[in-house]
Design a protein around this ligand. Structure first.
Ligand SMILES: C[S@@+](CC[C@H](N)C(=O)[O-])C[C@H]1O[C@@H](n2cnc3c(N)ncnc32)[C@H](O)[C@@H]1O
Length: 190
């Protein structure tokens, strides 16, 4: 799966990027007000364009990714801006990888598609009333050699977690990169 790629693919990609972060995701900027005050776990954070935006907005952020080059860059960018960031180098395909990370007020998953099993594990790391924010290529995105059918977020990805989360907002957007969906869920208090 090239969009997800392997570690080597992503290390190579981050190594060859210019020495500054990309802009944060538009959907995150537009919907930041839905986040609960406090902590955020940024899943597959890359070199941290969204982590940095969340830090700037006063959140305590932990970024996790399996690319050492991405994490190194995030640490440099955070240091430059005088932000304290927590990072963890983990492979999310290992379902136990997050067992030690704790519980967060919010989880951000931007441009990384999780399996239902991974979603089940990850959502157990959100506190009651906390937010799960997911944004990425959606079911109507045109597939090609880079973005495959398996990479697309589909409504039934959330069948299992619907029992524990209420949908606060769903949005579809299209720009020159393609068709995007944004899901904002809130964990229901038990
Ligand atoms: C398309 S990028 C998205 C990065 C970031 N979320 C953003 O919106 O800019 C996908 C990210 O997933 C990471 N990744 C891919 N497979 C992974 C895995 N199995 N475990 C951890 N991170 C992974 C890559 O290193 C890369 O940083």
């Amino acid at each position: 799966m090239e969009y997800m790629g392997n570690e080597k693919f992503w290390n190579n990609k981050f190594e060859n990027r210019k020495d500054s972060p990309l802009n944060p995701e538009k959907a995150l900027i537009e919907n930041i007000m839905y986040f609960k005050k406090g902590s955020v776990l940024d899943i597959a954070c890359g070199d941290g364009r969204n982590t940095l935006f969340l830090l700037k907005n006063g959140f305590k952020v932990t970024g996790v990714d399996f690319s050492i080059k991405a994490i190194e860059r995030l640490k440099i960018f955070a240091k430059r801006a005088n932000y304290l960031v927590d990072t963890k180098l983990i492979d999310l395909s290992d379902l136990n990888a997050l067992s030690e990370v704790g519980v967060f007020d919010n989880i951000l998953i931007n441009h990384y598609r999780l399996s239902k099993d991974q979603l089940n594990v990850i959502t157990s790391h959100i506190s009651d009333g906390g937010i799960l924010f997911i944004c990425g290529f959606g079911h109507k995105h045109k597939v090609d050699s880079k973005i495959r059918k398996d990479d697309l977020i589909k409504p039934d990805d959330f069948e299992d977690i619907n029992k524990f989360f209420e949908l606060v907002k769903y949005a579809e957007n299209e720009d020159d990169r393609g068709f995007f969906v944004t899901y904002i869920f809130r964990k229901i208090k038990k």
